[in-house]
Design a protein around this ligand. Sequence first.
Ligand code: HEM
Length: 141
Amino acid sequence: MFTEIVLLLHVLLASFWVGGMLFLSIVLAPFIRKLPIKDEAFQEVGRRFSFYGTFITLLLLFLTGIGNVFLLHGGNFSKSVWEKLGLFAVIVVVSLVHDLWAGKKAVGSKRMRAVARLLGVFNLLLGVLAFYMGVKIRMGF
Ligand code: HEM
């Protein structure tokens, strides 16, 4: 039961993080760009998603992921698990640079807005790759 809950939490957190980024970029951002208060709106939405997505969710994904390794794979850190941990480290760095540097400096700067957008899309692709690697580990690779 505990094992199932840890895996369920891991998949829910992954869905929230990747799904949240997809929702932000496809649904919310095009709308916010049309608002007269777009800078404030982007900062507010970014701050909230940074708190729940980057700080809380990534931390919990790491903990439940390590939980999965012990509960489902007997503590065996296979090549795929190490690759996923490496990808996770890159995700953490890109997320922090995006949230704490590019996102904050994007107010009033066209160049930094483009950098923040690029980093955001890159992180989304990394998130999809992490999802795929989770499926690969689950299938025994
Ligand atoms: C951005 C971060 C991450 C995302 C988006 C993510 C996503 C996923 C998803 C969607 C699954 C379920 C696959 C399935 O049931 O078919 C999964 C499984 C798994 N994840 Fe993660 N994960 C992340 C981080 C981590 C980390 C840091 C670890 C630690 C090593 C980890 C270890 C695992 C393991 C071992 C499984 C397989 C569990 C099993 O055999 O059923 N994950 N991951």
